[in-house]
Design a protein around this ligand. Structure first.
Ligand code: F6R
Length: 244
């Protein structure tokens, strides 16, 4: 629990920078699972600052993003491709070939094979060293909505009503919010060697309390993290207000 999101984000960015530098020292790649949305923006801003001011290089970093809307053009204002390029990738020295974000423009008949290949690409890199997460107000991680099974892997899902409602302002109205998305699965996330979930503000306090202190249940996918050997919820004081 940090006093505010700035301090929390700086601490998480420091952990990421340490991992990247440790891997550099041994000539290895750092394999990162990344999230979008409002929550991780300050972590990315801090990593960009470290790149500019402290010489932190991303030349040995490989990334896999959690999710993308389906269907959406990569340059659409709301696309997660655009988000990642604006907030991180265009501002650091990551190799374009090391960046992976689910493709929101696939023909439907190609989605299944694509999702399988996404999983294989993660496995080929030796799995995720670090997975950064946010949490939806319904307890989703990635776009693993309530009801997502423990064994789920990268796949096309139907977005929950609350998720679409929360996105409607960005899309100028609910009717414009895509109905589906491609997301890494629960199992994909739980296989990461380290997981950090970020949540800020009072509006996430109730769901964070249930995820951390309630039962592990598929109706609240973030609760699966209780059984991960190396997962941390990083929250600000407002978000911690309902923890007992
Ligand atoms: C985004 C993602 C989602 C968000 C969650 C919280 O890649 O996977 O699970 O982390 O919806 O979104 P914000 O941060 O906008 O509150």
């Amino acid at each position: 629990i940090f006093s505010d999101a700035n301090q929390a984000s700086a601490a998480v960015a420091r952990e990421l920078a340490e991992l990247i530098r440790l891997k550099q020292a041994t000539g290895d790649l750092a394999v990162l699972g990344l999230a979008t949305g409002s929550t991780p923006k300050k972590v990315y801003a801090e990593l960009v600052r470290m790149h500019r001011q402290n010489g932190l290089s991303f030349s040995n970093v490989v990334t896999f993003n959690l999710d993308e809307y389906y269907w959406i053009e990569p340059d659409a204002r709301q696309s997660y491709h655009r988000f990642m390029h604006e907030h991180l990738f265009s501002q650091v020295d990551i190799k374009p070939e090391n960046v992976h974000i689910p493709d929101g423009t696939l023909a439907i008949e190609n989605v299944r094979a694509y999702c399988h290949a996404y999983e294989s690409a993660i496995a080929q890199q030796g799995g995720l060293d670090f997975q950064l997460l946010g949490i939806g107000r319904n307890g989703h991680i990635g776009f693993n909505e309530p009801g997502s099974p423990l064994q789920s892997r990268t796949r096309l899902i139907t977005l929950d009503g609350l998720t679409r409602a929360d996105a409607s302002a960005d899309f100028n109205g609910l009717v414009h919010v895509p109905r589906r998305a491609i997301t890494m699965g629960v199992q994909t996330i739980l296989e990461a060697r380290r997981v950090v979930l970020l949540a800020w503000g009072e509006h996430k306090a109730a769901i964070v309390q249930r995820a951390v202190e309630g039962l592990v249940t598929e109706s609240l996918p973030a609760s699966y993290l209780q059984n991960h050997p190396n997962a941390t919820f990083v929250v600000d004081e407002a978000c911690a207000s309902e923890l007992t």
